[in-house]
Design a protein around this ligand. Structure first.
Ligand SMILES: Nc1ncnc2c1ncn2[C@@H]1O[C@H](COP(=O)(O)OP(=O)(O)O)[C@@H](O)[C@H]1O
Ligand SMILES: [Mg+2]
Length: 209
C-alpha cells in the first residue's frame, strides 16, 4: 500500500501544487513509484504541468492524474509507493476527506499573520475532526528572510504543530522553473535548488518515520 502524503489548504496560491510536484520529482528520481493525484479539478495545475513536462521531454517522468475526490485517488494507490495528493483550495469538506486518507498532511503557509491564523484554524478543525496531530505539519513557503521564517515557525509551533525543516523563499526562478515543466528542485540556480531539495527531503524523512 502506498504511503499517502497530502498537500492541503483553504487558500490558493500557498504552494500545494509546487510542493506536490517537487516531492513527486524527488521521489521518482529516488526510484520510487509515485503518483500525483490532482484533486484541484477546477485548476488542474499539476495536470497542465505534467503535460508541459512530457512535451519538454524532462526526466524523470512523473505520473500525474486528475481525480474527483480522495477515495477515487486511493483506489489506485496500491500500484505505487507514494501517492501524493495535490488538494483543492476552498472546500473544508474535501480537506477533511483527504486528511482522513493521508499518512502525512502538509499545509503550506506564508509568513504573514493573515496566512498563519487561518492555517492554524484549518489544522485545529482537522484535529477536532479526529486527525492525529502528529500527522499534521506545516511547510513554510514564499518566505522573504530567515528571520521571517524563524518567526513563522515559532508561531506555528506555539499553536501546537510541527513545521517541516527548511523553507522556500519567494523567488521568480521557482516560478520560471515550473512554467517550463520543471520542479522547484530543478531550477538552474544551485543555491535555490539546494534549498528546495532540503525542504523536500525533510518532507520525505517525516513521511517515512
Ligand atoms: N516560493 C515561491 N517563489 C515564487 N513563486 C512561487 C513560490 N511558491 C509558489 N509560487 C508560485 O505561486 C503560484 C501558486 O503556487 P501553487 O503551488 O500553484 O499554489 P496552490 O497549489 O496552493 O494554489 C504558482 O505560480 C507558483 O509557481
Ligand atoms: Mg494547486
Amino acid at each position: 500500500m502506498a504511503s499517502v502524503i497530502a498537500f492541503v489548504s483553504q487558500k490558493g496560491g500557498v504552494g500545494k501544487s509546487t510542493l506536490a510536484r517537487a516531492l513527486a520529482r524527488e521521489a521518482a528520481a529516488g526510484g520510487l513509484r509515485v503518483k500525483v493525484a490532482d484533486l484541484d479539478t477546477q485548476q488542474g495545475t499539476s495536470v497542465d504541468w505534467h503535460r508541459q513536462r512530457l512535451s519538454q521531454g524532462i526526466e524523470p517522468v512523473v505520473s500525474v492524474e486528475a481525480f474527483a475526490n480522495a477515495s477515487q485517488a486511493l483506489a489506485v494507490a496500491s500500484g505505487y509507493d507514494i501517492l501524493i495528493i495535490d488538494g483543492p483550495a476552498r472546500t473544508s469538506q474535501a480537506t477533511a476527506e483527504i486528511a482522513k486518507a493521508a499518512n502525512l498532511i502538509v499545509q503550506p503557509s506564508g509568513a504573514s499573520l493573515d496566512d498563519l491564523r487561518p492555517a492554524v484554524r484549518e489544522f485545529h478543525a482537522l484535529a477536532k475532526a479526529g486527525i492525529p496531530k502528529e500527522r499534521l505539519t506545516f511547510a513554510l513557503n514564499r518566505i522573504a528572510t530567515p528571520s521571517e521564517e524563524a518567526d513563522a515557525r515559532a508561531y506555528l509551533q506555539e499553536a501546537g504543530y510541527s513545521v517541516i525543516d527548511g523553507c522556500l523563499f519567494e523567488r521568480a526562478a521557482y516560478r520560471q522553473a515550473q512554467n517550463i515543466g520543471r520542479a522547484v528542485t530543478e531550477t538552474k540556480f544551485a543555491g535555490l535548488r539546494a534549498q528546495a531539495d532540503s525542504l523536500i527531503q525533510s518532507i520525505i524523512d517525516k513521511a517515512i518515520t
